[in-house]
Design a protein around this ligand. Structure first.
Ligand code: GDP
Ligand code: MG
Length: 439
């Protein structure tokens, strides 16, 4: 999807002026791209119509930078289709707030229940209780119990021989008794929507009057995800959607259609199997992601979570003065390691998401460890003055850390390149950036 839209937009960027025909041409591309990404036909039709109407107007034709205008319009309309604003989780005036997870088998209900419980715990110091109401798959109860142990959240369960509605009834009583502020109900799924399941879910809904019925949908299932969402929503009137498995190959398609077809907001997105891989859904970020601009805001936010700002400021000063040394470098490596897998970070940089050279980029954590080992074998003087690292010092370092001399040399060379680059960038010069990631 991203690639096609980028192509469509690139072809516009090459032209100084835009004609009605250009708009037509690019709209055709964008339309195909959306359809290919399994965006619902009706949604595509409306989308294209709106964009075209806005684009063919004076706005674009008279503009000095037509390509920018089109990107802007497409972006704005994407955001609109996905719901403009972030919709927060509903919260009950009196405890507990009841969140019921529903969705097909394998969509990610159980995992998301765990992720959400962890998020609530971390962000609101909440004391959630999770109820294991999937009694059809033998391992389902255990799966939730294991998740609960990992995040230190209690799980109410009665095995698999009890009626799920009864389990929920007793679980709710338990939550009342223990004054839990959130209850997350993990329900069963099926491979397809069927009446028996819907009946059971309706009974649980009736019993608990959930503040939130979160429909969990697997983004990888494309068009099917939309039908499923419609089916669940028609029967249960869900309150929100969690789009899972948006890591890896992004399928923006589902995000686009689901909101349009169900009218229900996407509240969270799952971006990995780890319990911390649950993010609030931002329509504007998703739109830029679809447009291939990279998810800059998320990247910055992710960095900020772990990055001590004070240090960042100091670092920047040093970069400007070109006095960045190996001590700063060690510090920075530690910060980067805290931020999570390097591949994820790189993919969020604008223009990097679709760089074929980075498609299968793998950063081996051992490389970082080896780099650190090299620095550890330097004397304090050497760390502060990288330029004094002559061949004999390098040989000593190589022997000290057990890394081949060629590798030591390469690391030092790369360090110097990076230092120069940072000096440039912090002084506002971005030339030479292309070479930063290998090639
Ligand atoms: P349920 O049947 O709906 O309860 O689904 P599960 O929670 O058991 O999830 C099914 C599989 O999908 C598990 O292997 C999860 O680890 C995986 N999964 C869930 N959410 C995500 C996600 O956001 N990204 C990835 N990569 N995997 C996920
Ligand atoms: Mg499950």
């Amino acid at each position: 999807l991203t690639e096609r839209i980028q192509n469509a937009i690139h072809s516009l960027q090459r032209k100084g002026k835009i004609t009605e025909n250009d708009v037509k041409e690019s709209m055709r591309e964008i339309r195909l791209a959306l359809l290919e990404a399994d965006v619902n036909y009706g949604v595509v039709k409306d989308f294209i119509k709106t964009v075209r109407e806005r684009a063919v107007g004076a706005e674009v034709l008279e503009s000095l930078t037509p390509a920018q205008q089109i990107v802007k319009i497409v972006n704005e309309e994407l955001v609109k289709v996905m719901g403009e604003k972030t919709v927060p989780l509903n919260k009950s005036a009196k405890i507990p707030t009841v969140i019921m997870m529903v969705g097909l088998q394998g969509a990610g209900k159980t995992t998301t229940a765990g992720k959400l419980a962890l998020k609530l715990k971390n962000e609101q110091k909440a004391r959630p209780l999770m109820i294991a109401a999937d009694v059809y798959r033998p391992a389902a109860v255990d799966q939730l119990k294991i998740l609960g142990e990992q995040i230190d959240v209690p799980v109410f369960e009665m095995g698999t021989d009890v009626d799920p509605v009864e389990i929920v009834r007793q679980g709710m009583a338990k939550a009342q008794e223990q004054k839990n502020d959130y209850v997350l109900i993990d329900t069963a799924g099926r491979l397809q929507i069927d009446e028996k399941l819907m009946d059971e879910l309706a009974q649980i809904k009736e019993l608990t009057h959930p503040d939130e019925i979160l429909l969990t949908v697997d983004a990888m299932t494309g068009q099917n995800a939309v039908e499923v969402a419609k089916g669940f929503n028609d029967q249960l009137d869900v309150t929100g959607v969690v789009l899972t498995k948006l890591d890896g190959d992004t399928r923006g398609g589902a995000a686009l259609s689901i909101r349009a077809v169900t009218g229900k907001p996407i509240k969270f997105i799952g971006q990995g199997e780890k319990l911390t891989d649950l993010d609030v859904f931002y329509p504007d970020r998703m739109a830029s992601r679809i447009l291939g601009m990279g998810d800059m805001l998320t990247l910055i936010e992710k960095a900020q979570q772990d990055y001590d700002e004070q240090k960042a400021v100091e670092l920047q000063e040093k970069m400007k003065a070109n006095s960045f040394d190996f001590n700063d470098f060690l510090e920075q490596l530690a910060q980067v390691q805290k931020m999570g897998p390097m591949e994820d970070l790189i993919k969020m940089i604008p223009g990097m998401a679709n760089n074929p050279a980075l498609k299968n980029v793998q950063v081996d954590p051992r490389d970082i460890e080896r780099t650190k080992a090299i620095v550890y074998s330097m004397t304090p003087e050497e760390r502060e003055n990288p330029d004094i690292l002559n061949p004999s010092r390098r040989r000593r370092i190589s022997a000290g850390c057990g890394v081949k001399i060629q590798d030591v040399n390469r690391m030092i060379k790369q360090f110097k390149q990076m230092r120069d680059m940072m000096g440039k960038v912090s002084n506002g010069d971005f030339s030479g950036m292309e070479g930063l990631f290998g090639n």
